[in-house]
Design a protein around this ligand. Structure first.
Ligand SMILES: Cc1cc2nc3c(=O)[nH]c(=O)nc-3n(C[C@H](O)[C@H](O)[C@H](O)COP(=O)(O)OP(=O)(O)OC[C@H]3O[C@@H](n4cnc5c(N)ncnc54)[C@H](O)[C@@H]3O)c2cc1C
Length: 482
């Protein structure tokens, strides 16, 4: 694009959304080159629409100019989903933040995509309702991002991921057509296109409104913190709880290195820094049902070697326990300037051995690796703290990441539980899918986006890909941190 063409484009986009909502200066574009993953790439332009109609007009201009469009919410994705690896126009949905309706009798809400996750539960609370998917980033991440990533969270164990809570979607296709998918009743005959859009990471279109299921706030919640000398005993307790037939709302493990980081940070929760791991178990449901369940879990934890079990006495103490878990990623910022978060899932019964193997991989590569994870789901989050300014460190991080994924897949797992594939894990899709599977996905995507302009370079590897763990091939060498 020549400078003249660019100026004309900025003028045209400004006429749609207003000049304040078109970002084009290089220093301002920098803000949008990154999410919370490792990849970086600059958009050509950024626009912030306020209505579905504006989104329609924007994508039509992009289609005419043959420019990619990349939807973006809060940019907290952990797999490079909103990073414009092929340039183009980043469409930020954060101005579309209207909570259109909380329909109490039908227990649903209709929201625009820029609504922040926690705001929905806050709005529903006076009606005795909540929105169950609760990513640890829920204070900032948006519903649009949650839908696109099929996000989970600690309470996925009992309530499922975002896909279990989406009844309907309004989606703007890259050619400007507007689809109304699903229905407020939860029943929609024909192909499940809501299911196809949820988790499609912005590659099928732009979500401009979502109809979401709300659930009643449970009558009672109990939160228990079991302290262990080692992480393997904590993992065994998780297996024992599930085997016993109980279904807690959440079961989360924080390992020793993470505890140390949290306790040195503003998220400090008074966890014992000499513990090998803590297991956080939350139960919810009818008040009468919880005490026996709590005792059962306490006994199972003791059987597996818990050094101590604490039960939150009130809401403040519960919030304190959760602060350690939900603040864990933030606390990692104390350890190093960069963080690489993995997200593989393994069968729960294999957690102890896989975790040991993952830690050994980190040690072998001389990396600082810690674990905080959705143990009940078998959803691991090995976190590697590093500094990309140190020569060779990023290469070691990527090599270790590839080995971790291979280990999890070999144990019967998959490469992502909730953070999506994005650009970061795109080239590892072949670990879990055959060429025919990937081709079926390509054709599904083409049904929504035949020209491949909607968030290109994400999820699906290019055929004959061969750049696994090669930073040069992935362009990391072009993005020095300093
Ligand atoms: C500290 C921290 C903790 C986290 N904890 C969790 C967790 O517990 N569980 C979990 O699942 N994730 C977690 N995440 C990851 C992340 O927060 C989620 O993936 C979240 O859903 C991303 O929302 P966002 O608004 O930031 O989306 P972005 O990062 O902006 O975008 C994510 C993807 O969604 C697409 N997208 C965004 N908006 C739209 C739209 N309107 N239409 C179509 N596509 C769109 C983008 O193109 C991109 O592919 C965590 C992240 C951080 C930084």
């Amino acid at each position: 694009m020549t400078a003249l063409e660019r100026t004309a484009l900025v003028r045209e986009l400004s006429a749609i959304v207003g000049p304040r909502h078109v970002i084009h200066r290089p220093e301002d574009l920098l803000v949008y080159e990154y999410d919370a993953a490792v990849d970086r790439a600059l958009p050509d332009l950024v626009v912030l629409p306020a209505t579905t109609d504006q989104v329609v007009r924007l994508v039509k201009v992009a289609a005419r100019e043959r420019l990619p469009v990349v939807p973006r919410g809060a940019g907290t994705g952990l797999s490079g989903g909103s990073v414009p690896v092929k340039g183009g126009i980043t469409i930020v949905l954060s101005r579309m933040r209207r909570l259109i309706e909380v329909d109490v009798p039908n227990r649903l809400a209709v929201v625009e995509p820029g609504v922040v996750n926690v705001e929905l539960s806050r709005a529903a609370a006076p009606h005795g309702l909540l929105y169950a998917p609760d990513p640890s980033s829920q204070l900032v991440c948006t519903i649009g991002g949650n839908v696109a990533e099929n996000s989970g969270g600690p309470h996925t164990l009992k309530y499922g991921t975002t896909t279990n809570h989406v009844l309907g979607l309004e989606v703007v296709l890259p050619d400007g057509e507007v689809l109304a998918l699903g229905s407020a009743t939860g029943f929609a005959p024909g192909y499940d296109l809501v299911g196809a859009v949820v988790g499609s990471e912005g590659t099928t279109g732009i979500v401009t409104s979502a109809t979401l299921r709300l659930v009643p706030i449970p009558e009672r919640v109990e939160t228990l913190l079991a302290i262990f000398a080692d992480v393997v005993s904590a993992c065994r307790t998780v297996g024992a709880v599930i085997e016993s037939g109980l279904v807690p709302a959440a079961m989360e493990i924080v390992d020793q290195r993470t505890i140390a980081a949290v306790e040195a940070s503003v998220y400090a929760a008074g966890l014992p820094t000499d513990a090998g791991a803590v297991l956080l178990v939350e139960l919810d449901g009818p008040a009468v049902a919880l005490p026996p369940q709590l005792e059962r879990i306490r006994a199972l934890a003791a059987r597996e070697g818990a050094l101590r079990v604490e039960v939150a006495r009130d809401a403040d103490e519960r919030a304190r326990f959760w602060r350690a878990r939900k603040g864990a990623f933030g606390a990692m910022g104390r350890l190093a300037p960069d963080l690489y978060v993995h997200d593989a899932v393994v069968p729960r019964a294999r957690l102890p051995e896989v975790l040991a193997a993952v830690c050994a991989i980190g040690d072998r590569h001389g990396l600082r690796l810690s674990n905080v994870f959705h143990a009940g789901d078998g959803n691991l989050h090995p976190n590697i703290s590093f500094d990309r300014r140190n020569p060779g460190e990023l290469e070691r991080v990527l090599a270790a990441g590839a080995e971790i994924l291979r280990t999890c897949v070999d144990a019967g797992g998959v490469i992502s539980g909730e953070h999506g594939i994005g650009s970061e894990k795109r080239d590892f899709m072949g670990m879990v899918f055959g060429e025919a599977d990937l081709d079926a996905m390509r054709r599904l995507r083409a049904a929504f986006d035949p020209d491949g302009v909607c968030n290109p370079g994400k999820i699906l590897p290019t055929p004959r890909f061969c750049a696994e763990a090669n930073p040069q091939a992935r362009g990391y060498d072009r993005v020095p941190f300093a």
